[in-house]
Design a protein around this ligand. Structure first.
Ligand SMILES: NC(=O)c1ccc[n+]([C@@H]2O[C@H](COP(=O)([O-])OP(=O)(O)OC[C@H]3O[C@@H](n4cnc5c(N)ncnc54)[C@H](O)[C@@H]3O)[C@@H](O)[C@H]2O)c1
Ligand SMILES: [Zn+2]
Length: 404
């Protein structure tokens, strides 16, 4: 079922004058040129491995459809993304000879639910999708996580393609095979590890993404630099202006480098036995912010940015990083227009209560991802001085932020 078909579009590859990204020249018209600019990041997972295609115009160019071996395809999107991109997606699939059915779900994290999962499975059954059929997730992380999980359980697993449409989904959620829906008692509590057959990160789809959503995705981009890629962090410091201005080659480079980092971590630790947990830098604190404020007040990446500032603060209090590195982390988050202060109404007890239920708690012990050593190094550990955690929680709840 899992055909490995390489895109055979690239004709001439050359560095752009500014040295960012790739310019790929194909057929002569400007439109065709736009459509053929792409690069590929492989996710090396043996027989579950797959390519991530990155570039503008990929959705409508349609080369990705060659990965789909079955004839019938179910595209699932939401009511915001559907009107923008569903017809281009269906046209690409039909152009490749596929028989396409589609489902439009309501928008929002609150719909990453058992109810919408059931609706998706009903749709698949009513549309008579069989085991050779493929599901396509066209949307942000909510659609990607939900449709991925539906693909994992429908008839014990059918192929699925991720077409991420937010920066968050392009740099993080569409890669690595974590799929899930939320339960009223906890986020992502029902899910599976299930890899797609390919990821199509068409960066032109970001043109319609609101700035706040775009900046939220930058939080995860910054994370890769802090936890494992000092060179990428330095590149971001130099290019954050271009990123927030959405310079196309800067954005494509950020997506590419983020996917390379994520793919490397996933290849090393697909099921999060160890190093993959470090991708959750800032998420334990951030999750407390999201939960306490009510989902929707802060976007995921905004809450993670606050959490990252808190993790950097605690790492510095522990003496694991110097103040200059903490400052650089906070400055970059702020330059990406992300928040770095906890909500005023939160107390240390609020944080501790919610953090006690984190998925990374093991045998009653809280484990945190903290920065340690030079830029680009971190640890995932239960072994820290809890007095420093208290100090961080007090600093972030009694003043606007530890670092002003
Ligand atoms: N599986 C993973 O490894 C992983 C990693 C990170 C986050 N996540 C999950 O991802 C979700 C957050 O993802 P998200 O930030 O993409 O949120 P989202 O899917 O809710 O998308 C954000 C908003 O942007 C809209 N939108 C999407 N694409 C658009 C476009 N091109 N133009 C205009 N509007 C567009 C959406 O309809 C939505 O309103 C959370 O549920 C989180 O748990 C999963
Ligand atoms: Zn995240």
């Amino acid at each position: 079922m899992r055909s490995v078909v390489l895109l055979s579009l690239l004709v001439v590859v050359q560095k752009t004058p500014v040295g960012l990204g790739l310019v790929v020249s194909g057929p002569s018209s400007a439109r065709a040129e736009k459509r053929t600019a792409s690069l590929t990041v492989p996710v090396e997972l043996g027989e579950r491995g797959y390519p991530i295609y990155i570039g503008p115009g990929l959705l409508e160019a349609g080369a990705w459809c060659s990965h789909i071996s079955g004839r019938r395809v179910g595209v699932v999107t939401n009511e915001v993304v559907g009107p923008l991109y569903l017809s281009a997606c269906v046209a690409a699939l039909e152009g490749a000879g596929k028989e396409v059915v589609s489902l439009v779900l309501p928008d929002g994290e609150e719909h990453k639910s058992m109810k919408q999962l059931e609706r998706t499975l009903d749709f698949a059954l009513e549309s008579k999708l069989d085991r050779a059929s493929c599901l396509v997730a066209l949307g942000g992380g909510v659609i990607g996580d939900l449709v991925g999980f539906a693909a994992a359980v429908y008839q014990r697993g059918v192929d699925f393609v991720q077409i991420p449409t937010t920066l968050m989904a392009m740099v993080d959620s569409s890669v690595g095979g974590k799929t899930a829906v939320n339960h009223p008692r906890g986020k992502n509590m029902i899910g599976a590890f299930y890899q797609p057959i390919c990821v199509v990160a068409d960066v032109s789809l970001l043109d319609t993404l609101p700035d706040r959503e775009f900046n939220s995705g930058l939080s995860e981009v910054i994370k890769y630099g802090l936890i494992r890629d000092a060179g990428f962090f330095e590149w971001q410091e130099a290019n954050v202006g271009a990123l927030v201005a959405r310079d196309p080659s800067a954005v494509a480079h950020a997506v590419e480098q983020s996917c390379r980092n994520k793919a490397a971590v996933v290849a090393e630790d697909e099921r999060e036995a160890g190093v993959r947990a470090t991708l959750n830098l800032g998420h334990t604190f951030g999750h407390a912010v999201e939960t306490c404020s009510g989902y929707g007040t802060y976007l995921h990446g905004e809450a993670v940015a606050i959490g990252t500032a808190m993790a950097a603060d605690m790492s510095r209090r522990l003496g694991w990083i110097d103040e200059a590195l903490e400052r650089r982390a906070v400055d970059l988050l702020r330059a990406a227009r992300l928040p770095t202060s906890a909500p005023r109404k939160m107390t240390p007890a609020d944080f501790l209560d919610i953090m006690a239920h984190d998925k990374k708690v093991k045998d009653g012990q809280l484990r945190l991802i903290l920065l340690k050593g030079e830029l680009g190094s971190c640890v995932f550990t239960p072994d820290f001085d809890t007095a420093k955690l208290q100090e961080t929680l007090h600093a972030f709840t009694t003043t606007t932020a530890a670092l002003e």
